[in-house]
Design a protein around this ligand. Sequence first.
Ligand code: UFG
Length: 334
Amino acid sequence: MSTILVTGGTGYLGSHMLTELVRQGYDTLCVDNLHNSSPAVLDAVRTITGKAIPFIKADAADTAVMDKLFSSRRIDAVIHFAGHKAVGESVAHPLMYYRNNYDSALTMLEMCLKYGSALVFSSSATVYGVPHFLPLTEEHPLSAVNPYGRTKLYIEETIRDVSAAHPDFNVSILRYFNPVGAHESGLIGENPNGIPNNLMPFVCQTAAGIRKELHVFGNDYDTPDGTGVRDFIHVTDLIAGHIAALKKLETRPGCIIHNLGTGQGTSVLEMVRRFEEINGVRVPYRIVERRPGDVASCYADPSKARRELGWEAQKGLDDMVRDSWLWQQHSMAR
Ligand code: UFG
């Protein structure tokens, strides 16, 4: 049985990851500094899985604490989610982003090399910058258009350097497209602080009456209905991609890179309409100016992950909008 350390384990993706790791029979450890999340999330994970997750409240960048943790027990792999992730905030506070995201990645890389652990790194489709072609393959040129994106890109480059110097280091870089949805229990999900930046939490809060209307950022893009097109992927599919990557790392492949997306582009208005239809609710919206920095379309070619990891997204838009709404209702009832 393997032991997996999940950093950022009380966050949106981390909590789903821990839940699935337990279900699959892994031993888990959770590290989180609770900067943007609550330890109560682990109670929900325990309710779903029937298992208490060992929790270390610490910053993943803290070398002394991490060294103590890694030396106290064998950690077979680290899944490193911890990090700041809001594009707008990264533009306002670049140093906070570089310091936090880079420091924790460096510490995890040091620990993995010192203790012989494998690493799964949360990257993002943001490293493709403005798409030159679609769908995006892993070979698409890399660039970043904001400090958040640059943290992902620089960490990826650092991993490639480390990997070149240490060919026996096993590391998986996963580039996520747009994760949405929630665990089918409705007990864990995305819990953004303040006004949500991302589409799905905003749609949910508008349907719930917390926000008056959704602002749709532009309807004059070169897309079928003029609104932005994205590759939304159900969080449980995304997490299944991590399990597939962990299994691949056991075969000692060195450094591997995969897109995690469905390959399906969905426009903002298509998403809103499907949300209304499936959930029987209204989502009032208004078309406003484009949001600076947005691209018209972004969707994955997921065939490399299918070929090499044997992974493919299973859930469709209906599951995504249904589970997102279920989570919104549960979180309001608490
Ligand atoms: N959108 C709206 N109104 C909103 C929020 C979003 O119309 O209130 C639109 C956007 O303009 C875009 C689409 O919905 O067309 C998706 O926007 P999100 O903010 O949900 O997601 P992004 O594609 O902009 O960014 C996400 C993550 C980033 C990550 C990127 C990778 O937030 O962290 O995917 O492609 F880098």
